[in-house]
Design a protein around this ligand. Sequence first.
Ligand code: CTP
Ligand code: CA
Length: 230
Amino acid sequence: RRLLGARRDLDGLRVVISAGGTREPIDPVRFIGNRSSGRQGAAIALAAADRGAEVTLVAAHIEGSVLETIPDRIRITHVGTAQELGERMAAHAGEADVLIMSAAVADYRVANVAERKRAKEDGPLTLELVENEDILAGLVAARRPGQTIVGFAAEMPTDTESVIERGIRKRRRKGVELLAVNEVGWQTGFERTDNCVTLIGADDAVVSTTTGTKREVADALLDAVASLRG
Ligand code: CTP
Ligand code: CA
């Protein structure tokens, strides 16, 4: 197998990666979140830096144990909500050659965030949810010439569609050159060190499927990015 860090095929490339999961506040102490640890996104950041890229990691609640593995040469900027993540990605997009949206972005935020910590005596709790903006769609709409944008999709198979079929539809909808489709489930994908990711290219063809460590998946994704830019 390839020696880790042996290749410098992303030398000087400016790569901005979002990772982790956004949290949407309910009140000052509570939030709606998801199970993303940020491990896969952090692995991509690390692999990209090893291959010579200049990396910015936009971190949405990446787990502490994962943050510890990120060396100083990777610039980290922390965000909380989907809205903050969107603003931060937009701020960095202008100077990026490659944008990778691996963060699990909350599809909805709470419309009626309580000013004070809610108590049961305040009565039954009803949360009104409103849809968050699609950050990836915004980045694609504002794409600079020569900029490569990679999306992720966490999918479960249905009775009629495979994970890959769902990914192909999502890639078209998102308009990205590359979509990394990640199968998720109760036991799959999140909070694990191993992963299985299929990359779908602009022609709807499967570029590669990698089952292995998140680092191996990261290198396969960067192989595809490098060949798109080559
Ligand atoms: N994404 C985003 N902004 C959102 C939601 C998702 O930028 N508000 C990005 C994710 O970071 C990921 C890609 O879009 O790179 C696909 O996310 P996913 O949740 O699979 O897609 P959705 O469009 O939200 O569709 P679904 O209804 O299946 O959740
Ligand atoms: Ca979603």
